[in-house]
Design a protein around this ligand. Structure first.
Ligand SMILES: Nc1ncnc2c1ncn2[C@@H]1O[C@H](COP(=O)(O)OP(=O)(O)O)[C@@H](O)[C@H]1O
Ligand SMILES: [Mg+2]
Length: 390
């Protein structure tokens, strides 16, 4: 995220073309320093041409030891040798003429690349970069919320810092499925949009005590849904990435703008199929939509829920209709609605049940191993019931 330090309130609009959409405007040096201190996602400061040179150098000088990954790019009305020398000595990465948009865009790109390299060199990897997993089906009642809550609770229970976001903004039932009584919801982040930081996000999540999972609940009132801008979803995911190991996103059964935004930021999409023709038709549409959005087929995974229902369709039929293979099948079980009604995650309350084993297998292979976790005991469970074709 980029900070634009400029006393002129219209500066953000002026430089947005070169700097990108992801920019917050600030008017004073101390405010910039505080923002960097508070949020590790701020990795670039563009200093406007009217900001005093000494103040800009002071900021750069202070950051280069404390926050070496933060780049400072200085804009000046005219480029002068004395200015350049001072600026570079203080640790400013580049000095660019204020009206040279292409040069500014290039400087921003180079600074971001350097920041990424510095992150890569950080020993021990203390900086987090959560993987975002979105659970989707264009049909309701197929098991999205069941899968999202259980997988997220499992990941949290395995000591990964995990956030579950309920993007079913009108009829979200993540909180009730986990027997949570959230005092805040995603609605409370609207006021922070444009300057959301980790404290802001932390102030609205609810903890699921049994697993340590953090939940960002949907609003209570369906009418609130339309007050939540889709851009806020991108901002939440960006902030959450720096704080968590995994972010799991539950969705409504439609391609809302919020869902499309989540797809855009996802490292993996779990698509749920069931053994009925409308669900398969809708899944095909979903796959085509993901293709149109340009998401990689490797970043999707098809999960067949209630795979053993005796309804005249088989898993093979689903695979040939979709032209894609099913990664994991989850059997039908009355324990699932029973657990939902008790407000517990079956994966925690009945970890050896067939449904739990299937969901654990999914979380282990398709999420934990996929994203580079070394599982302590390997995977030695008996998955006779399950199919894993990957
Ligand atoms: N494998 C399963 N076996 C039996 N019931 C299931 C299974 N998966 C989900 N259900 C039940 O189906 C209903 C709908 O599931 P839900 O996760 O809310 O779907 P969605 O979020 O897609 O609308 C719930 O009552 C849930 O308990
Ligand atoms: Mg749901």
């Amino acid at each position: 995220m980029t900070i634009l330090w400029d006393p002129d309130p219209s500066a953000a609009d002026k430089y947005r073309y070169a700097v990108g959409q992801d920019v917050v405007a600030m008017s004073s040096g101390p405010q910039v320093a505080r923002a960097i201190e508070d949020n590790a996602a701020h990795t670039l400061v563009v200093v406007g041409p009217d900001v005093d040179l000494d103040a800009a150098c002071e900021l750069a000088d202070a950051q280069r030891l404390d926050h070496p990954h933060v780049g400072v790019v200085l804009l000046r009305h005219r480029l002068e040798v004395a200015v350049l020398a001072n600026a570079l000595r203080s640790g400013i990465r580049e000095v660019v003429q204020a009206d040279d948009s292409p040069a500014l865009a290039e400087a921003v790109r180079r600074s971001r690349a350097l920041t990424a390299q510095l992150h890569g060199h950080q020993a021990g990897g203390t900086s987090r970069e959560a993987k975002v997993v979105t659970v989707f089906s264009a049909k309701g009642g197929v098991g999205k919320t069941t899968l999202a809550t259980n997988v997220a609770a499992y990941l949290a229970g395995m000591h990964s810092r995990t956030l579950l976001i309920d993007l079913d903004l009108m009829f979200g039932d993540v909180a009730i499925s986990l027997q949570l009584l959230p005092s805040s919801s995603i609605r409370d982040l609207v006021a922070m949009s444009g300057h959301l930081d980790r404290e802001g996000l932390a102030s609205v999540v609810t903890t699921h005590e049994a697993s340590g999972l953090h939940v960002l609940a949907a609003p209570d009132d369906p009418a609130e849904a339309e007050r939540i801008p889709a851009a806020l979803v991108a901002e939440i995911l960006r902030v959450a990435r720096a704080e968590y190991d995994y972010v799991v996103v539950d969705t409504p059964p439609s391609f809302t703008e919020h869902v499309l935004t989540a797809f855009d930021s996802s490292d993996l999409t779990l698509l749920i199929a069931t053994l009925d023709i409308p669900a398969i038709k809708n899944l095909k549409v979903a796959i085509n939509t993901l293709d149109t959005l340009g998401t990689a087929p490797e970043a999707r995974c098809i999960v067949l829920n209630r795979s053993d229902a005796k309804v005249g369709l088989t898993a093979d039929d689903v695979e040939s209709a979709l032209g894609a293979s099913i990664a994991v099948s989850i059997p039908n079980s009355v324990s699932v609605p029973a657990a939902t009604n008790r407000g517990v995650a079956i994966i925690l309350s009945e970890p050896r049940s067939t449904v739990s084993l299937a969901m654990r297998h999914l979380a282990d292979t398709e999420i934990r191993i996929r994203f580079g976790e070394q599982l302590r005991n390997g995977i030695k469970r008996n998955f006779g019931l399950l199919r894993s074709k990957r």
